[in-house]
Design a protein around this ligand. Sequence first.
Ligand code: GDP
Ligand code: MG
Length: 174
Amino acid sequence: PAKLYQFKLVLLGESAVGKSSLVLRFVKDQFDDYRESTIGAAFLTQTVSLDDNATVKFEIWDTAGQERYKACQSLAPMYYRNANCAVVVYDITQASSLEKAKSWVKELQRQADPNIVIALAGNKNDLSARRVVTTEEAQAYANEAGLLFFETSAKTSHNVQELFYSIAKKMPLD
Ligand code: GDP
Ligand code: MG
C-alpha cells in the first residue's frame, strides 16, 4: 500500500485573483462565477497519488481576507507558520497582482520555513484578450526566485491538476 505523506499548503495573493476558485477546482472540480468571497478560515484537504508507493495529502488553508493586510503584518505569519508549501497567485489581467505576489514570495523566503516549496500561479489564463502580464516576464521572475510556475485557469481547469501535482512531486518524502 502507498505511504501517506501529509503537508500544509497555504494560498496567498491579492484579493480576487482566484485563490479560492483554484482550491475549489482542485478539491471539488467545480467553478462558480458568482462565488461569495471567503469569510473566516477555509480548510480543505485533497490527496495526490504520486505512484504505487506514495500519496501526498495536502491540508489546504485558503486565506479569508488576510490578503487585505499588508505583507509583514498581523495575521499572515500565523497563517503560513509551519506551511510546507505555498501557492502564490496573481491574475494575468492585473499587473499590480504580480507585484503583490512578488512581495508575498519575498516575505515567505524571509520568514517561512526555509524548506518551503513555493509555486507561482498566473491565474485567469482563459482571459487572454485582457492579458497584461506576459508568460515570459512571469517565467523569468519565477526562475530567478526559484519557484515552480504555471499559468492556470480555475474556470477551464487549465493546469490546475498540474500545479498541485508538481508541488507534490517536489515535496521531500522520506
Ligand atoms: P480570491 O479572492 O483570490 O479567493 O478569488 P476568488 O476565487 O473569490 O475569485 C474572484 C473572482 O474571480 C470570482 O468572480 C471568480 O469567479 C473569478 N475567477 C477565479 N478564477 C478565475 C479564472 O480562472 N478565470 C476567470 N475568468 N475568472 C476567475
Ligand atoms: Mg478567497
